[in-house]
Design a binder for this molecule. Structure first.
Ligand code: ZN
Length: 310
């Protein structure tokens, strides 16, 4: 295993937010689920009886500031590491992301009857593909991201606006948005209560909070891969079994309206890297098929549409 040269310092963690706190059920009953080593230092994941899984101690905002702006995240290849902290050669996956965004948008537009222009906020929009697709369809679409590389990329390639910084610190107006989306984000938020409270405040009553998550209940791949499962790595703060997720949504005044499978376009290079199948990666490169996109229900990831009821 290669090394980054340094472990994250102690001040990148919130020692107050450990296994003494369960933000889903309020009655912490945690047991150790996995202890994993990455880059020579350990991370521990615990599971509460209610079905909430969390990293403890919890990484704080400083950790993410560092992580999402580091080369580790943008290119495991460039940082000379095959360990997958972020995504394998991120910007080369643009074609997959655009196809996935088109598909997600088409389904949401249809299921939620987006006929008149909506006011959409997407948190963590990465390169801005969904914002681009939504604005092309006549909606008002704004993003918010902690990475300035994404902000600049989206402006340059898609002419869409992404505000730089943490969403919950931005001071958007009450009820400003009709729909608020996040994909591949909810597992990476350390201060989830504060974050969802800000989402609720900025959504109008009746508006939609739309996100995906990796379902951990009866997750056969997780059961098989154990601590090698891709969820158990540093940027993940939380993972969810459905009952815990429902409790969190209800606590914040949301009601689940819809749920459907999150089909994504992926290529062999991405999949084999996530699964750590080096032989399959080599084989796909030999056959020159490593960059061909195909739709797949991976992980298993679900898209939830929750309505703000109060
Ligand atoms: Zn709990």
């Amino acid at each position: 295993m290669s090394s980054t040269g340094f472990p994250p310092p102690a001040e990148y963690y919130d020692v107050e937010d450990g296994i003494n706190v369960c933000m889903a059920c309020g009655n912490p009953r945690f047991t150790l689920l996995h202890r994993v080593e990455h880059f020579g230092f350990p991370f521990e994941f615990f599971r509460c009886e209610c079905g909430l899984i969390k990293q403890a101690p919890m990484p704080n905002e400083q950790f993410f500031e560092w992580f999402f702006n580091s080369d580790l995240f943008f290119s495991a290849k460039e940082s000379d590491s095959e360990e997958i902290w972020g995504f394998y050669d991120y910007f080369k996956d643009e074609n997959s992301r655009l196809k996935t965004s088109r598909r997600r948008f088409r389904i949401l537009q249809q299921k939620l009857n987006w006929e008149t222009p909506r006011s959409i906020m997407k948190i963590g929009p990465s390169t801005g593909t969904f914002l681009y697709v939504a604005s092309q369809a006549g909606h008002q679409a704004l993003g918010c991201d902690v990475s300035d590389q994404f902000v600049n990329y989206a402006k340059e390639h898609y002419q869409v606006q992404i505000d730089h910084g943490r969403f919950e610190h931005h001071g958007y107006a009450d009820g400003q948005f009709t729909d608020l989306l996040l994909f591949n984000v909810i597992e990476n938020v350390p201060n989830l209560d504060e974050f969802i409270a800000a989402i609720r405040r900025t959504l109008r009553v009746g508006g939609h909070f739309i996100f995906n998550h990796v379902e951990m209940r009866k997750n056969m791949i997780a059961a098989f891969q154990k601590d090698k499962y891709f969820i158990f790595r540093p940027p993940i703060c939380y993972a969810f079994e459905d009952p815990a997720l429902k409790m969190i949504l209800e606590k914040h005044g949301f009601e689940i309206q819809l749920r459907f499978r999150d089909i994504r376009y992926l290529h062999a290079e991405k999949i084999t890297t996530l699964l750590r199948w080096r032989w399959a990666l080599r084989l796909s490169r030999m056959l020159k098929i490593e960059r061909i996109n195909f739709p797949i229900w991976a992980y298993p990831s679900w898209i939830t549409v929750a309505r703000r009821v109060s």
